[in-house]
Ligand binder design. Structure first.
Ligand SMILES: NC(=O)c1ccc[n+]([C@@H]2O[C@H](COP(=O)([O-])OP(=O)(O)OC[C@H]3O[C@@H](n4cnc5c(N)ncnc54)[C@H](OP(=O)(O)O)[C@@H]3O)[C@@H](O)[C@H]2O)c1
Length: 308
């Protein structure tokens, strides 16, 4: 585990007009690869302390070394957290709490697509378990550190794929009563990200905490690689790679919402291409957002969650 790293002069390629973040403590999940890695790099380049989180210690250390080298203005730490394990999420939150008295920016970025139904350690369907429920518990467990910040932001990395969700059944979050479809599970998990954003923004509005969701674009990362996606999804994804955004470009909307004045002035919104856009009709359903909240609390075993 890494708990500190280098300082230095302004990182090459950092945007000097962007907000400097020297006193900002950030936590990015899924920071060892893809969009999360580039988000961590961009934040470190602005001088932030970036806690890079991921499920695999070795991959995380390699990524942290890379960010430390390319953005030496920042301070880089690592935090192992497997979002497929509530025990791991609890341990990671505790480690963070021991190390830091406040959290200024939480980027719930980690995510995956699975062609086959898999279960997490706690028996959750893995897509909803990792993409939504793990982050739900992590955010809950870090709430006092977030409240301790004078200008905290939470950025949830969702996707335009949320628009493909036909119906989010909060009584069957784990797809036990229907045949599993990877496309459907992913779309529903991303809809959950947008609904959670809306409900969390409402609950934390009187604390001045800004909570927003982003669509990063279609980005050439490993998300559908490593055997997680098979068949037509894999073929179409691989064919599309040359036309996709680079991970650095894919991180831009997250970084915009995390660092811009606009991102600090609105809450409960959905962004794409660094601008506010309207999410799907289901994503604006407050009753559905409330039902998802209750179902999420029951799943991870907390109540009256996210309250001080
Ligand atoms: N790529 C796109 O076109 C696209 C479009 C819209 C939204 N998104 C969203 O963007 C986010 C980042 O995805 P990406 O495209 O950058 O994919 P990626 O390169 O595969 O990165 C995903 C990250 O999530 C981590 N992760 C996966 N399972 C985890 C677990 N159980 N616990 C902790 N971390 C875990 C991965 O760690 P490992 O390296 O250990 O697997 C990796 O660091 C996701 O939320 C995704 O849904 C992506």
């Amino acid at each position: 585990m890494r708990t500190a790293a280098g300082h230095g002069d302004d990182a090459a390629g950092s945007d000097c007009s962007a907000r400097r973040m020297n006193d900002t403590i950030c936590l990015v999940t899924g920071a060892n690869a893809g969009i999360g890695l580039e988000t961590a790099r961009a934040l470190a380049a602005r001088g932030a302390t970036v806690v890079m989180s991921g499920r695999d210690a070795a991959r995380l250390e390699r990524a942290a070394d890379e960010v430390s080298r390319s953005a030496p203005t920042g301070r880089v730490e690592t935090l192992v957290c497997d979002l497929a394990s509530l025990r791991s999420v609890r341990e990671a939150a505790e480690q963070f709490r021991v190390r830091h008295a406040r959290l200024d920016l939480l980027v719930n970025n980690a995510g995956l697509f699975l062609s086959d139904r898999r279960l997490t350690e706690d028996g959750f369907e893995s897509t909803i378990g990792i993409n939504h429920l793990g982050h739900f518990l992590l955010t809950h467990l870090l709430r006092d550190r977030i409240f301790a910040s004078s200008s905290a932001r939470v950025v949830n990395v969702a996707s335009n794929a949320h628009r493909a969700a036909k119906k989010l059944d909060t009584d069957d979050l784990h797809a036990e009563r229907r045949p599993y479809s990877g496309v459907r599970a992913y779309a529903e998990s991303k809809l959950a990200n947008v609904l959670y954003t809306r409900e969390l923004a409402r609950r934390w509005s009187d604390r001045g905490i800004r909570v927003n969701a982003v669509h990063p674009g279609v980005v050439n990362t490993r998300i559908s690689a490593d055997g997680d996606a098979r068949g037509l999804v894999r073929v179409l994804w691989d064919l599309g790679r040359p036309f996709m955004l680079t991970p650095a470009d894919g991180a831009k909307t997250t970084v915009h919402v995390a660092t811009s004045e606009e991102g600090g002035s609105v809450s409960g919104r959905y962004f794409a291409k660094s601008a506010q856009v309207k999410p799907s009709r289901q994503a604006l359903d407050d009753a559905l957002a409330a039902r998802l909240w209750d179902a999420s609390e029951r799943a991870v075993g907390v109540s009256a969650s996210h309250e001080g």
